[in-house]
Every structure is written in structure tokens, then in C-alpha cells.
Design a protein around this ligand. Structure first.
Ligand code: NI
Length: 201
């Protein structure tokens, strides 16, 4: 069935405003993801004052780079852009599910319950270690259209949001790891230096 002209026009408009890109992994993604040891990962990100097409373009490029690496979250500092922008997609195998974009996110409340989960990061490939974080968070942010939004998240989404928001402050998940023995072992095994970790505790 052919789509009507009105439908085509609507699709074009959505295509213009939306950041939804194909999820098939590209051989040559548009952006390079910096790795542990790069100073870009330790730089605090600035707020975005205007959500415009340039911001959406950056989000699209970040998504393409994230899908290429089969990741579920990416923060702008990881691609060398010190801006408060995150992209998250917990459903990378499902083409129809739109990704989430968080601009200037702020945690407004955290649940009292803590939970342990094995995290990884596209900036520290193959390293997976347990991190303790609040199980639930509430946040405010702007979406890719610049609309103010609020969200209460739990489970993997809450975990991913907290991990990505750390990147906006130059913090990496390995900084949270309390098991020093496992940390040293994992980093060494995958070619990373312990000196590049800035332990929080
Ligand atoms: Ni990360």
C-alpha cells in the first residue's frame, strides 16, 4: 500500500525533528569514542542553552556511533563534546523503538534502596565490574525538541541514566568500584591503566 501525500509530509517532518536513526551497526561510525586515559572523559560538560538542529544532529551522530559499538548509552563527553547531552536506547535490537535523548539532565530525587549491577562502558571496552547505585531516580531534563520533561526511572534505565550522567561530570563507572582486586585485574587484562581511575571512595 502506498502512503498518502499527507502521510509522507508528516514522515518528513518527523524525520526532521526526530533523532531516530537506523540501528544497524555501521562499519565507519561518524564519531570516535574516547577511551579511559583520554582527558576528554574527565572534563565537566556545559549546559545546552538552545535545543536546535545542531544538537539533534549531534544526538544522531552519537546514536549511530553507539549502535556501531552495540552500546545502550552514550554521553557527549565520550565523543569529545563537553555538553550535557545523553543518548540511551535499551532496545537496540528493535528497530521501531525510538531512542531517548536527555539534555541538561538533573537528578531531583533518589530512592533510598541501593542495588548492585555489573556495568560496562564504551570508553572502557570489555571491562565489566559491579557498581552500587540507587535503584530509583527521578530527574528533570529536556528532550530532543527542547521540551521540559520529568521521569521516574528504575531498573536498567535508572542504572544507565546514572552511569551516563556521571560522564557529564567527568566521572567513570570504574571510579565507583570498591573491589580493588577485581578492578586491577579487569583493567590489566584489557590493557587499561589503574592510574587513570579516580576512585571516589
Ligand atoms: Ni560509560
Amino acid at each position: 500500500m502506498a502512503r498518502s501525500f499527507a502521510q509522507l509530509a508528516r514522515t518528513a517532518e518527523q524525520g526532521h525533528r526526530s533523532v531516530h536513526v537506523p540501528k544497524e551497526p555501521l562499519d565507519q561510525p561518524p564519531l570516535t569514542i574516547h577511551r579511559l586515559g583520554a582527558k576528554e572523559l574527565r572534563t565537566a560538560a556545559r549546559r545546552i542553552s538552545k535545543v536546535d538542529e545542531a544538537v539533534r544532529d549531534l544526538a544522531r551522530s552519537m546514536l549511530l556511533s553507539m549502535y556501531a559499538a552495540r552500546g545502550i548509552g552514550l554521553a557527549a563527553p565520550q565523543v569529545g563534546v563537553p555538553k550535557q547531552l545523553l543518548v540511551i536506547d535499551l532496545d537496540i535490537e528493535e528497530a521501531a523503538t525510538p531512542p531517548m535523548v536527555f539534555i541538561n539532565p538533573e537528578i531531583t530525587a533518589t530512592g533510598a534502596a541501593l542495588t548492585t549491577y555489573e556495568e560496562g562502558c564504551l570508553s572502557i571496552p570489555k571491562v565489566y565490574l559491579d557498581v552500587v547505585r540507587p535503584a530509583e531516580v527521578e530527574l528533570s531534563y529536556r528532550d530532543e525538541q527542547g521540551r521540559p520533561r520529568r521521569l521516574k526511572a528504575d531498573g536498567l534505565l535508572a542504572r544507565c541514566i546514572q552511569h551516563e550522567m556521571d560522564h557529564l561530570n567527568g566521572v567513570l563507572f570504574v571510579d565507583h568500584v570498591t573491589d580493588a582486586l577485581s578492578l586491577n585485574e579487569e583493567l590489566q587484562q584489557h590493557g587499561f591503566e589503574r592510574d587513570h581511575v579516580q576512585s571516589i571512595r
